[in-house]
Design a protein around this ligand. Structure first.
Ligand code: PLP
Length: 419
């Protein structure tokens, strides 16, 4: 199998780094430290369609990162793009919003079980921040409980001391506890009685760099009951899982009802929009919060979101992604086993994380993912990956063929290693 090379990506990166700090800032670039070795990864994309993207060197990838989640129907979905184009012809960013905004809110209220209203922003962090402000506005309290490994965006309160620019004062009202640990939550409630405004959590523990954990039996029920009993706002950060597990919301999927629910990534198949939905009881609080942005009500992403959600509903997309995810996971585990590797697939099958047994430092995983990358299969060595509805059986077969080759190569590179 011919391994990919990336001369044009490198050339462009040298240009980029002169005028853009870190060349490609944030998690999409090599400065994030996750491209290991960096030589195995493309840096720039030329075009995308369905489940594939082509880099600037003409290499085609079956992309299981899905732009870290937004690609849910397949890149450049013709119907979503047509809806966006039709709206471009009319108007996008205008002084007063398009009535389409109401249509999208109605669609979300109709689709999402815990939604009595919806409002819109651009990024996931916009709406997780808005949810935190709403919880404080509703309760008049300061403290927010979150869970270890839960990522909610880049506002200072979501980060930790040690992140450049973040002060202790930014996080002094944030309490972080282990996921699935109700005992610890009860302890926090006792220690901070009457001070907790909200609890923010992803639907399950889908942290990076580690195996992922589903909610323990009864965990969400107990958290829900304790929040209700103590007047605490329960915020579900469904930015990553939203529409991949259940269109009615991931709280519905796990059998509880959140007070606020945050959506972003899969909402418009790549068009930039996020949404905060919530319970009737929080309508006055959210209405009182000062929240806006230059592009928050732009009509083109709203048009794309409406068509995207309609298609997700028409096709029962979560079921499609679950079936693809099952085939993907079962097939890869089998291939790994044939090469005497233990591939662990944890989290939900629509967005699993891959780890290897006897590989605590992840170095084997990094090598294997790099080999997959150079064979046209875009995975991640540090983060959950994502299924999208356009992955075909043929794509899966190509993935398994590449995996055979990649495991064989890692095995040959490590004649010392039989564990
Ligand atoms: C669970 C979760 N919450 C919030 C965010 C922040 O979203 P954004 O990067 O769009 O601000 C992310 C982004 O990866 C996420 O995965």
């Amino acid at each position: 199998m011919q391994r990919y090379q990336y001369p044009k990506s490198r050339e462009l990166f040298e240009r980029a780094v002169k005028v853009i700090p870190a060349g490609i800032p944030g998690h999409l670039g090599p400065a994030s430290g996750c491209f290991i070795p960096v030589s195995a990864y493309p840096f720039f994309c030329e075009r995308a369609e369905g489940t594939y993207f082509w880099d600037v060197d003409g290499n085609r990838f079956i992309d299981y990162m899905c732009a870290y989640g937004p690609n849910i129907l397949g890149y450049n979905h013709p119907e979503v793009d047509a809806a966006a184009r039709a709206q471009i012809e009319k108007a996008n960013c205008t002084t007063v919003p398009a009535p389409l905004m109401i249509e999208l809110a109605e669609l979300l209220v109709d689709t999402v079980d815990s939604a009595d209203w919806a409002m819109f922003a651009k990024n996931g962090g916009d709406v997780t921040n808005l949810a935190m402000l709403t919880a404080r506005a509703a309760t008049g309290r300061k403290k927010i409980v979150k869970f270890v490994g839960g990522y909610h965006g880049v506002h200072p309160w979501m980060l930790d001391v040690g992140y450049p620019g973040v002060l202790y004062e930014d996080i002094e009202n944030i309490i972080t506890i282990p996921f699935n640990n109700v005992k610890m939550f009860k302890r926090v409630l006792a220690d901070h009685h009457g001070d907790i405004a909200g609890v923010i959590s992803t639907p399950y523990d889908h942290q990076a760099m580690n195996e992922n954990h589903l909610p323990a039996d009864g965990f969400w029920n107990e958290v829900r009951q304790l929040c209700t009993a103590n007047g605490i706002v329960l915020i579900l950060d469904d930015v990553r899982c939203g529409f991949r597990l259940d269109l009615r919301g991931s709280d519905y999927h796990y059998g509880f009802r959140a007070d606020l629910i945050c959506f972003c990534k899969a909402l418009a198949n790549g068009y930039n929009i996020s949404a905060l939905c919530g319970a009737e009881s929080l309508r006055p609080a959210i209405s009182s919060v000062f929240a806006t942005g230059s592009y928050w009500l732009s009509a083109v992403p709203i048009a794309a979101a409406i068509r995207c959600i309609e298609i997700l509903r028409e096709t029962n997309a979560p079921q499609i992604m679950k079936e693809i995810g099952d085939k993907f996971a079962d097939g890869l585990i089998k291939v790994a086993d044939e090469h005497c590797f233990e591939l662990r697939v944890t989290g939900e099958r629509a967005m699993p994380i891959l780890t290897l047994g006897n590989d605590d430092s992840n170095f084997l995983l990094q090598e294997w993912v790099a080999e997959m990358m150079m064979r046209g299969i875009f995975l991640a060595n540090h983060h959950n990956i994502f299924m999208n509805c356009a992955v075909s059986d043929e794509d899966l077969e190509q993935t398994f063929a590449a995996a055979h080759d990649a495991f064989e190569t890692v095995r040959k590179n490590h004649p010392e290693m039989y564990r």
